[in-house]
Design a protein around this ligand. Structure first.
Ligand SMILES: O=C(O)c1cc(=O)[nH]c(=O)n1[C@@H]1O[C@H](COP(=O)(O)O)[C@@H](O)[C@H]1O
Length: 239
C-alpha cells in the first residue's frame, strides 16, 4: 500500500469543544489524514460552523452524530447532515430497519443520482463487551450481533458500517466487498488503549480490509500530532 492510499484511509476524530482549535487541527493535519470526524462534543458546542471551517481548509468531513430516534426524525436529521456537504455520517443500526430504510429513501429522493453523503450504521460500539450487551438484555455474542446488524443495515440500503476492526472479516463475508467498513478502536503500537476494548493496530485493521480507520487520541493527545500521524502511516505502509 502506498503512503497516499494509507493517508486516505485515516479519519482523525476531532474530539474537542473548542472552535478556536478547529483551524489548528485542519492546518496541522491537512495532507496527513484523509478526513476529519466531527462528533457529538464538537457539534454540540459549535454546530455546523465546525463543518464549514474544516471544508474551508479543504478537509472532508465525517459527521458522527450517531442518530437513533423514530424513523421520521432520523430521516429529516439525515437530510440536514447531507446538505452540509459531509462525505460520511452515521446512525445506530439498533434504531431498526424502518429507521434506516426511511433515511436512505429520503436521501435518494432529495439527491437522486447525484453524489451524496454516504450513510454508515454503527453496529456495536467498540467500547462494548458481551457484559455491556447482557446489561441491556441482549444475550448474543458480540460478533453475532455485529453481523446481524450489518446485514440488516445493508438490506435497508445503508452504505456501510462502523464496527471494531476485529469484526471486519465477518462483515466482509456477510456483506461483500463493496460495503464500506469504518473502524474506530484502532491503536497504534505507541498509544494507550484508553476506554477502547475491541482494538487492533492500524496495519492489522487495514490488512483485515477496513476502508477507513477512525483515530482520535493517539494523534490528538500526542506531544507532536503531525509526527504521530506520520508514524501511523509508517506502520500501515510497513505492515
Ligand atoms: O462512530 C464512531 O466513530 C465510533 C464508534 C465506535 O464504535 N467507537 C468509537 O470509538 N467511535 C468514535 O471513534 C473515536 C475514537 O477515538 P479514539 O478512541 O480517541 O481513537 C471517538 O470519536 C468515538 O466517538
Amino acid at each position: 500500500m502506498t503512503r497516499d492510499e494509507a493517508r486516505n484511509k485515516i479519519i482523525f476524530a476531532l474530539d474537542t469543544g473548542e472552535f478556536s482549535h478547529v483551524q489548528y487541527w485542519a492546518e496541522t493535519l491537512a495532507g496527513r489524514v484523509g478526513m476529519f470526524k466531527v462528533g457529538k462534543q464538537m457539534f454540540t458546542a459549535c454546530g455546523p460552523a465546525t463543518v464549514r471551517m474544516i471544508q474551508k481548509f479543504g478537509g472532508d468531513v465525517f459527521l458522527d452524530l450517531k442518530f437513533h430516534d423514530i424513523p421520521n426524525t432520523v430521516a429529516m436529521a439525515s437530510l440536514e447532515a447531507a446538505r452540509l456537504g459531509v462525505k460520511l455520517f452515521n446512525l445506530h443500526a439498533l434504531g431498526g430497519y424502518e429507521m434506516m430504510a426511511r433515511t436512505v429513501e429520503a436521501l435518494d429522493k432529495e439527491f437522486g443520482g447525484t453524489e451524496r453523503a454516504k450513510v454508515l450504521a454503527v453496529t456495536i460500539l467498540t467500547s462494548s463487551t458481551e457484559e455491556t450487551l447482557r446489561q441491556v438484555g441482549i444475550d448474543l455474542p458480540v460478533p453475532d450481533m455485529v453481523v446481524r446488524l450489518a446485514k440488516l443495515a445493508q438490506k435497508a440500503g445503508i452504505d456501510g458500517v462502523v464496527a471494531s476492526p476485529q469484526e471486519i472479516p465477518l462483515i466482509r463475508e456477510a456483506c461483500g466487498p463493496d460495503f464500506l467498513i469504518v473502524t474506530p478502536g484502532v491503536r497504534p503500537s505507541f498509544a494507550a488503549l484508553n476506554d477502547q476494548k475491541r482494538v487492533m493496530t492500524p496495519a492489522e485493521a487495514v490488512k483485515a480490509g477496513g476502508d477507513y480507520l477512525v483515530i482520535g487520541r493517539p494523534i490528538g493527545d500526542a506531544e507532536d500530532p503531525a509526527a504521530a500521524a506520520e508514524m501511523i502511516l509508517d506502520e500501515i505502509v510497513a505492515g
